[in-house]
Design a protein around this ligand. Sequence first.
Ligand SMILES: [Zn+2]
Length: 299
Amino acid sequence: MRLLTLILALSFCSVGSCNGQAVPEFNSRRAFSYLEKQCSFGARVPGTTAHQRCRDYILQTMRSTADHVSTQPFLHTFGQPAHTVTATNIIANFFPQQKKRVLLCAHWDCRHWADQDPDPEKRTMPVPGANDGASGVAVLLEIAQLLKQHKPPVGIDMVFFDGEDQGTSADDRSYAKGSAVFAKQLLPSYRPLFGILLDLIGDSDLQIFQEMYSIEYARPIVDQVWQTAEKLGIDAFVPKPGYAVFDDHVPLLERGIPCIDIIDFDYPYWHTVSDTPDKCSPESLEKVGKVVLHVIYTL
Ligand SMILES: [Zn+2]
């Protein structure tokens, strides 16, 4: 019995990077099935049936893994003509008794219009959001499964933001609405060690440069994540500055939470109707999931 336990523990330890703490193995196939499942509902635009079904799916998955799950509904106005619907952040806590905590987050909504589509006739159609939405959520859902089975050295809070992607280029603040609501309602006593936001990380041609707000306001976390990737030999993480992206991490940074954005902003299908699962790959989800797991389990 004892030997068996030892073997099982060792089998979760990735070669050369364990440092005594077992890091669970990221299941890329299962993660990709979470991406496909979200897309199977249709575009998860706030106010639609697809959105409701996906919310229920994320809630159900989190209730089977996390210690505590709650929702944070808010009114969200967007579109032309402008209309108001209820949007919902989903918050899941793992190991709530742990004082040291890490925040992991992603947005789960899809953009209501594909305004970057090369075909003008398609620009009023919604974005299927395989990469832009489903990819970050898929990695979090897979990590949730692993957290349940392998206790990490810190507590984890996961937030699935709604209302990230309905904005207009004229106004940064029309984006990241769910994150703004979450940041505003946070208790001042909530001080995670750091946060990691995942967005657009499913592109089968994955190259993740360092996002500029993250470098400016959370440099040590950026270094930690890219150094971990280097140790693991995952060269999709390029240790050079890339774009500055107004994303869900900005409202958190403004609340003093050092949160970085892991994002591959060079995605040819960004905000087009072609952002579908065939442009994404299980391998890309695995690269990101593996780095995040190693960062967490070797803290
Ligand atoms: Zn987007």
